[in-house]
Every structure is written in structure tokens, then in C-alpha cells.
Write a protein that binds this ligand. Structure first.
Ligand code: OAD
Length: 255
């Protein structure tokens, strides 16, 4: 029974010292952004992009910026969805869990900014943020409107390094500052709540496994089985927008 699983998950979270959340594309599906894999996934339809996207960028940054302005294929669809998206009850539920002091940190693989828009403050965006740009030399982040695209590739106002979109590409190392935050938080965690991720892409996919290996609790929410399901203490089958608000209610009832 889902209700019993949700209540058990709430009890396990409250019995833990340091609950960390991990989210993926699935949590934003109900905000109108398609996931990458599985039913309805962008790459299920368009195929996966090349695995050496970052190397291609380094070889020809100007071409990357031209592709972005053309918004071909899946990029166009993704950009359109990201630009209009608003948080939904699952994003607000995670923000509330932080506010209640139950969720200590949130690691998201999403670039859609919806956790921050919903009020989450302690957020590590391991794959970057669609609305920002980043210098590949000094890691400075900029809001889109701070950087002119009159000449491409744009150059960093601080160090003249090449600027790319902040979203991490295939083949690109995770920026060290974010990775360090994730490693610290996962190292502190004795309970991880994984929502809407296929747990397919590393290093994020390794975080729940690490917490579990260290003797922690693993809770998963999503409509289908994932790579993590077999390892989970509780795997709740359902949509994030339905399950997470119920989880918050259960936590508040038990507090
Ligand atoms: P995926 O598209 O791989 O997985 C989405 C997961 O969400 C699947 O397990 C779905 O079953 C589940 N899901 C679908 N609808 C849901 C709903 N309403 N509520 C809850 N879950 C739902 O997305 P990620 O795991 O985030 O990286 O993919 C990881 C990374 O792969 C992405 O960050 C992206 C891509 O490479 C970059 O672009 C750098």
C-alpha cells in the first residue's frame, strides 16, 4: 500500500540524523518538462546526444553557440519547456521539508531552477543551471542577461576565459565546487530520498549507493523501477507531485 510506504518513509526520515534529497528529471515532468529516458523521454524519441559533447565544444565553441541559437532537435523542445516551467507541488514539498528541518540538503541533476523557484535554499545543481552561464577557466557563473552574445563564444569579464552554458555536457567534468558540496553532503547523510531519477548517470547515481553502503537508508519515489529499486529500503511507486505532498503531511503528523 502506498499510504503505508509513505508513512514508513516519513518515520525513517524522522529517525535519521541527516536526510539528503536527490532529484532528477522525473520531478519536473509534472511541470511540463519531459524526462530524458523511459516512457515519454526526450532521448527515447530523439536518441541520446553524442557522449563527447564537451570535447566537441572545446574543439569549436563558436559552433556550440550557433547550435544553441538555432535550437535544433531536442534542444529546441527542451529550451521552450524550461523557459515556461513553474514549480509544482513536489518542488514545494521538498522546500517545505527543508523548512521543517527534516531535509538538510538537496542535490538536483536538473538544470530547470524549479527547486530554487519553489523556495529550496540548500541546493546543489550538479549538472548546472539552464538560466546561467559559466566560464570554463575560472568557474564564475553569470546570469544570461549579464553576458552579451554579440560575439561568440562570449568571453569571461573576469579572466577572458571561454564562456559556455552552465549545463554540464556529456564528457564534461562536474565543476569542482559543486562536486565538493555533493560529496560533503552525501558523506554526512544517513538517509537519502531519491525522486524522479533513473539513477543512470554518474556521479549522481553513485550517491544513493554510497549512503546505502555506509549503512544509511534509501527511499525512492517514482512511477517505474530504476537502477536503485533493488537497493531501496522503501520504493514508492507514484508520481512525485502526488507522493511528496503526502510524505510532507505524514512527516508533519509525526513531528
Ligand atoms: P531520466 O530521464 O534518466 O529519469 C527520469 C526518471 O523519472 C525515470 O526513472 C522516470 O521513471 C521518472 N519519472 C517520470 N515521471 C515521473 C514523475 N511524475 N514523478 C517522479 N518520477 C518520474 O532523468 P535523470 O535521472 O535526471 O544530464 O537523468 C540524469 C541525467 O541524464 C540528466 O541530468 C541529464 C542526462 O544526461 C545532463 O544533461 C547533464
Amino acid at each position: 500500500m502506498i499510504k503505508e510506504d509513505i508513512d514508513r518513509a516519513a518515520s525513517l526520515m524522522l529517525a535519521s540524523d541527516y536526510v539528503v534529497g536527490l532529484t532528477g528529471a522525473g520531478i519536473s515532468v509534472e511541470s511540463g518538462i519531459r524526462p530524458f529516458r523511459g516512457p515519454g523521454g526526450l532521448w527515447t524519441e530523439y536518441g541520446e546526444p553524442p557522449m563527447d559533447g564537451y570535447q566537441r565544444f572545446l574543439a569549436d565553441p563558436k559552433r556550440h553557440w550557433e547550435q544553441i541559437s538555432r535550437k535544433d532537435g531536442y534542444l529546441g523542445e527542451l529550451y521552450k519547456a524550461l523557459e515556461g516551467a513553474k514549480p509544482h507541488p513536489a518542488h514545494y514539498a521538498l522546500a517545505e521539508l527543508e523548512e521543517l528541518g527534516v531535509l538538510k540538503y538537496l542535490i538536483t541533476q536538473n538544470v530547470d531552477n524549479l527547486h530554487r523557484a519553489a523556495g529550496s535554499k540548500k541546493v546543489a545543481e550538479i549538472h548546472g543551471n539552464f538560466f546561467r552561464m559559466r566560464c570554463i577557466q575560472c568557474n564564475s557563473r553569470y546570469e544570461q542577461e549579464e553576458i552579451s552574445l554579440e560575439s561568440i563564444p562570449p568571453l569571461c569579464p573576469k579572466c577572458a576565459g571561454i564562456i559556455k552554458t552552465d549545463g554540464v555536457m556529456f564528457g564534461e567534468p562536474i565543476p569542482l565546487d559543486v562536486l565538493e558540496v555533493c560529496q560533503r553532503e552525501v558523506g554526512n547523510s544517513d538517509c537519502i530520498l531519491s525522486v524522479g531519477t533513473s539513477a543512470f548517470v554518474y556521479p549522481a547515481a553513485g550517491f544513493p549507493k554510497q549512503v546505502k553502503r555506509n549503512g544509511g537508508v534509501l527511499i525512492e519515489i517514482g512511477p517505474y523501477e530504476t537502477e536503485l529499486t533493488a537497493l531501496c529500503d522503501i520504493s514508492i511507486r507514484g508520481k512525485a507531485g502526488k507522493v511528496l505532498p503526502q510524505l510532507v503531511d505524514s512527516v508533519k503528523f509525526k513531528l
